[in-house]
Ligand binder design. Structure first.
Ligand SMILES: [Zn+2]
Ligand SMILES: [Zn+2]
Length: 264
């Protein structure tokens, strides 16, 4: 399996996942043009994308879905609760390209895909675990808090993409963010802080996970260094650092991330 975060943050999210016979995207929150550009940087032809999995209906996750799928004819997989609104937001799409899922697992060619609920201020928000039977990757962004059930889902994966949205202190001190917005971000339906993410990572140590990509970083209330350091500090405090061989990476908003090849 190969995986690459093409872009992540409040200005657009899109992740590429490749199996032996299948190429999919998780979300398409960048413009069609930007997705085309970033796929070309990793030598993937956009016409080879089979399907796009949608986490939820916020524009930073769906902005490019309509245009991309109208051009390339790929299928859109979205939870049944969000389809009515999604269809309007992406400006209509051929019925044949619309695939509805519920809380049950489904498959796309060799991939078995399960989804799990995330608490977020959208109609419905999910994380995904994608497995080819040998290796598994999971993605969970846009969640106000993280539960043991979610952590359990994540630690059965080889690679995890996990939100590390903001530094609480930096957010609280940000004069450009009104009080209500701060409360929204900090609430149980908002976004995960660096501290919450770091504490969740502790619970994944010693399990299957070999790498974690911190994602959906706020450009206003976080920095890659701050997110990385928070995780490292918590690992250190829990005496669970480098000898665990856990790779911690940061997904960027404006740059294509590293390509991970996950071997069995
Ligand atoms: Zn969202
Ligand atoms: Zn988002």
């Amino acid at each position: 399996m190969r995986i690459c975060v093409l872009g992540s943050g409040s200005k657009g999210n899109c992740t590429y996942v490749e199996g032996e016979n299948t190429r999919i995207l998780i979300d398409a929150g960048l413009s069609k043009l930007e997705i085309e550009k970033r796929l070309s940087l990793i030598n993937v032809n956009p016409s080879e994308i089979d399907s796009i999995l949608i986490t939820h209906e916020h524009s930073d996750h769906i902005a490019g879905v309509g245009n991309f799928c109208r051009k390339y004819g790929c299928k859109i997989y979205a939870h049944q609760y969000i389809w009515p609104l999604l269809e309007q937001k992406i400006n209509g799409i051929n019925l044949k390209q619309q695939v509805e899922f519920n809380n049950k697992d489904f498959s796309i060619n060799e991939f078995n895909i399960s989804n799990f609920d995330l608490d977020h201020d959208s109609i419905h928000c999910v994380g995904f675990s994608i497995s080819n039977g040998k290796t598994t990757i999971s993605s969970a962004t846009d969640l106000g808090h993280i539960t043991d059930d979610i952590i359990k889902k994540l630690y059965q994966s080889d690679l995890v993409i996990l939100e590390s949205n903001h530094d609480v202190e930096k957010l609280m001190k940000n004069p450009n963010y009104p009080y209500q917005l701060k409360q929204r971000i900090l609430s149980n339906h908002g976004h995960l802080s660096n501290d919450a993410t770091a504490n969740a990572i502790i619970k994944m140590l010693g399990k299957k996970v070999r790498g974690i990509i911190l994602a959906h970083l706020s450009e206003d209330n976080n920095t890659p260094q701050l997110a990385y350091q928070t995780v490292q500090n918590v690992l250190k405090t829990n005496k669970a650092n480098s000898n665990q061989n856990l790779v911690i990476d940061i997904a960027q908003q404006r740059q294509v991330g590293r390509i991970y090849k996950i071997k069995e």
